[in-house]
Design a protein around this ligand. Structure first.
Ligand code: B3K
Ligand code: ZN
Length: 873
């Protein structure tokens, strides 16, 4: 397969001044007439991308071209032209109902009841018409849709409405004009039977905007929370960044058939229903938060992505990392900032760190790809957001805002690069941010080691920081990066000390940021009366792995006193890591476990601590995160050690205390969505798990009762999960009840599949195989595939990595079947093999055999082939 390289970038040879699209829509066959006003930029023929299109006619400046007057080969239509401007028109036919890959124009739902929609990012537009399908070709769009009025009563495209009417023959038409130049990946249309909810919105700069959320009739009453979230997002972007919406109408559409979360098409966002619909009876608290965050994310793209887009797909993080950062800041403002930070860093550690430690590791700005769809990764998104956070921290709140203002002003209507971004942020503040560019080009998670030495005679504390990034795929040698380390020093009583660095005349504050720029550097703090305890990387000031040899009592001190909510939690996580090591090495009764459990037991009885934070503190790193604490991975041992430490925690707190607290939380159960109610549910869930771990019978009774009495999905699902792990036989009736109660509710059924896919142990594969035979299971729906196969392969280590390799062989078989339908989904599920090299020898052998065999096949898609080739290396 061919490789695309950043180093080979060349500007487009022809620009598109305007494009007019006319669609004659049909489920089996749709015709597309595209009229492109082209303007020469270089001495080359016109080359348009097109995949799977049936070319019906081609006209150059009104003259129909015959065969021999153009070349159509390898997905490119080439036409030689003499002048500097021309009008090129193509008429093509496409087949939406046959499009199972969900890229381009396709059918969501059934032939009779479903609707037509498009997905173009990254390169879907070429499946709709011939076009220079690259993000640096920006054009204004006029789109005319024609279709049967009864079958397609609603016709939508991005831009402002510009007329609609009847065609007389049972068909109708509608036209949309988008005045903002955009690349083809932001084009969208939707046509079918949809209902809507609407709201009027006036922007800060006075524009009246009609907001519409569209969904199929059976789910339209679950869109209100998304509408509230949209309004909050629009207001927030005005206040936090001075960004106003820029069209008269904003459409959002929900579909159950979507390859990813959502898509920011200009004026017509399209959402996976999973991230748009919410109601207390079928959505958990987490899902409500996700809806709010994803609605915000797609909306924020209107500026960070649409008004300023990417020059090429290597710059993907320019819009994604930045927009994730904006979304995180919004969520932190709407909810609790420390809890949001904990959630985001947990995700980074769970998803991005392992990605960056295996063969799929790549820089935030990759230098090459063979399939761009495989680069919508945790690295580009989540690590990319951490890089923006470092830049924002470096510039300070106002400096960052000034930099963002300049970025939007300078590059409005352009396709920009990471250099442009750093340039604008730097220029607005008179600083050079070029050193941070290295973070974008270098893969792997840096290790930051910290070593403190106290000099009693000189009353000095010397902190030696060192960094090293392990070699990663294609990058054997690493450079030092600028690592901002926000820190405080605590005395033995838990007081933060004023900080004066060597050479300074007076202490400035109790918290400050030092930046490690070379491989190692020492920072000397003066006037320190006794050996302090350092609180490092506060707020997780850089995306690195901290290696600091803390004594358990030092971490316990931070866990009790650190005013930085994130670091307080992280001290608990580090302490839990030590407890885990002890349990794994056969010392569940040792000092490290006691230090962790006793510290948490102390916090448990502290009335002042927030329920949600307590729930987080009571959650040690998960089985996936713990993988990196040993050279070789044996999922059974990891799980056993983690369970042992949780049991030690439960007995340190005491079952009576757990039970009393659980009962009082249960007495307050409600369906309320306020923060306090959500926090209570979260803590209740932790307590139920702990109780079930030490007393399975009691756990069973409590979980069964909680399931029956649950006022909403959060409590219901949590009870069901605990019951299914603790007492599988007792879970059967409630599982059947849930299946029946939510029959027809696709999103609730996905949770039912996912919950069972996560159940640990040897029986897991057989259970998943039985679930594949459920009437509701299909390989054609991405959400369903992710719920069952994705959840199993990614989040059930003991089940997926069973020692005999049976689950590997089974997944390989399914990947081939999924790939024939939907390559993007197959490729994403296949990333579950990323960590195979770190497995213990027996599992490694088994996984290797499967991966090597799959990678050797010649009949798979480019998407899946690319993942397998890199994983197998
Ligand atoms: N930009 C889209 C992702 C498109 C994925 C294409 N394979 C969603 C988002 O990040 O907002
Ligand atoms: Zn995005």
């Amino acid at each position: 397969t061919s490789v695309i390289r950043l180093a080979d970038y060349r500007p487009p040879a022809w620009a598109v001044a305007h494009v007019a699209l006319e669609f004659d829509l049909g489920i089996d066959r749709t015709e597309v007439l595209a009229t492109l006003e082209l303007v020469r930029q270089a001495d080359e023929p016109i080359r348009l991308d097109g995949e799977g299109l049936e070319l019906l006619e081609l006209h150059l400046d009104g003259r129909r071209l015959g065969e021999g007057e153009y070349i159509l080969a390898n997905g490119v239509l080439e036409v030689g032209v003499d002048g500097d401007r021309c009008t090129l028109a193509t008429r093509v036919a496409v087949r939406p109902a046959e499009n199972t890959a969900f890229e381009g124009l396709y059918l969501s739902g059934s032939r009779d009841a479903g609707f037509l929609l498009t997905q173009c990012e990254a390169e879907g537009f070429r499946h709709i018409t011939f076009y220079p399908d690259r993000p640096d070709v920006l054009s204004t769009f006029t789109v005319t849709l024609r279709a049967d009025k009864a079958r397609f009563p609603v016709l939508l495209a991005g831009g402002n409405p510009d007329g609609a009417g009847d065609l007389g023959d049972g068909r109708h038409w509608a036209r949309f004009v988008d005045p903002h130049p955009k690349p083809s990946y932001l084009f969208a249309l939707v046509a079918g039977r949809l209902e809507r909810i609407s709201r009027d919105y006036t922007t800060a700069d006075g524009r009246a905007v009609a907001l519409h959320i569209w969904a199929e009739a059976d789910v339209i009453d679950r869109c209100d929370y998304a509408m509230d979230s949209l309004e909050r997002s629009m207001r927030w972007d005005e206040q936090a960044y001075g960004r106003n919406y820029d069209l008269d109408v904003f459409h959002v559409v929900a579909t159950h058939d979507f390859n990813m979360g959502a898509m920011e098409n200009k004026g017509l966002n399209i959402f996976n229903a999973k991230y748009l619909l919410a109601d207390p009876d079928s959505s958990t608290d987490d899902e409500y938060r996700h809806v709010e965050a994803v609605v915000a994310h797609e909306y924020f793209h209107n500026w960070s992505g649409n008004r300023v887009t990417c020059r090429d797909w290597f710059q993907l993080s320019l819009k994604e990392g930045l927009t994730v950062f904006r979304e995180q800041s919004f969520s932190a403002d709407m909810n609790s900032a420390p809890l949001k930070r904990i959630e985001d860093v947990s995700l980074l550690r769970r998803a991005q760190f392992p990605e960056d430690a295996g063969p799929l590791s790549h820089p935030v700005r990759p230098s090459q790809y063979s399939e761009i769809n495989n680069f919508y990764t945790a690295t580009v998104y989540e690590k990319g957001a951490e890089l923006v956070r470092m830049l924002a921290g470096h510039l300070g709140h106002q400096g960052f805002r000034k930099g963002m203002d300049l970025y939007f002003e300078r590059h409005d209507g352009q396709a920009a690069t990471i250099e442009d971004y750093l340039g604008a942020l730097g220029d607005a503040n008179g600083v050079d941010l070029a050193p941070y560019l290295a973070w974008y080009g270098q893969a792997g998670t840096p290790r930051l080691s910290a070593e403190g030495r106290y000099d009693e005679g000189k009353r000095r504390y010397r902190l030696l920081l060192r960094q090293r990034t392990p070699a990663s795929a294609g990058q054997p040698n690493k450079q030092p990066l600028p690592v901002p380390v926000r820190l405080s020093l605590f005395d033995a009583s838990g007081r933060a000390l004023p900080l004066r660095l060597e050479g300074e005349t007076q202490a400035s504050a109790v918290e400050r940021t030092v930046v490690l720029t070379g491989a190692e550097q020492a920072f000397v703090f003066e006037d320190i009366d006794a050996a302090p305890v350092p609180s490092l990387l506060r707020g997780f000031s850089a995306p690195v792995i901290l290696e600091c040899e803390y004594a358990p009592r030092e971490l316990a001190l931070l866990l009790r006193h650190d005013a930085d909510g994130f670091n307080r939690w992280d001290a608990g996580q580090q302490l839990a890591g030590l407890a885990y090591d002890a349990c794994r090495d056969g010392e569940p009764a040792g000092a490290a476990v006691a230090a962790w459990a006793d510290a948490l037991a102390g916090l448990f009885s502290d009335a002042g601590i927030d329920d949600a934070l307590l729930a987080e503190l009571l959650t040690p790193p998960g089985e996936i995160e713990l993988v990196e604490r040993q050279p070789e991975r044996d999922p059974e041992r990891i799980r056993a050690a983690r369970q042992a430490m949780l049991r030690a925690l439960a007995s340190a707190i005491g079952t009576d205390a757990l039970r009393t607290r659980y009962d009082s939380l249960r007495a307050q159960a409600s369906a309320g969505l306020d923060a306090a109610s959500q926090a209570r549910r979260q803590l209740k869930r932790r307590l139920l798990d702990l109780l079930a771990l030490v007393d399975a019978n009691e756990g069973k009774a409590l979980a069964a009762a909680q399931y029956d009495a649950a006022p909403g999905m959060t409590d219901r699902l949590a009870a069901l999960a605990t019951l299914a792990v603790t007492a599988p036989a007792a879970a059967e009736a409630p599982l059947a009840h849930f299946r029946e109660r939510y029959d027809g509710n696709a999103l609730a059924l996905d949770k039912w599949f996912a919950l069972q896919a996560q159940l640990p142990g040897d029986g897991a594969l057989a259970r998943v195989q039985a679930l594949e035979r459920d009437d509701a299971f299909t390989l054609k729906n991405p959400n369903r595939v992710q719920a069952l196969l994705g959840t199993f392969a990614r989040t059930n280590p003991t089940g997926f990595h069973r020692a005999d390799g049976a689950a590997y062989r089974w997944l390989a078989d399914r990947l081939v079947a999924i790939d024939a339908l939907n390559p993007q989904v197959a490729a994403r599920v296949a990333t579950a093999f990323n960590g195979w090299k770190r497995l213990e020898p027996a599992r490694r052998e088994a996984a290797h055999a499967v991966v090597a065999e799959l990678a050797g096949r010649k009949d798979l898609s480019r998407d899946l082939t690319d993942i397998l080739a890199r994983v197998a290396l």
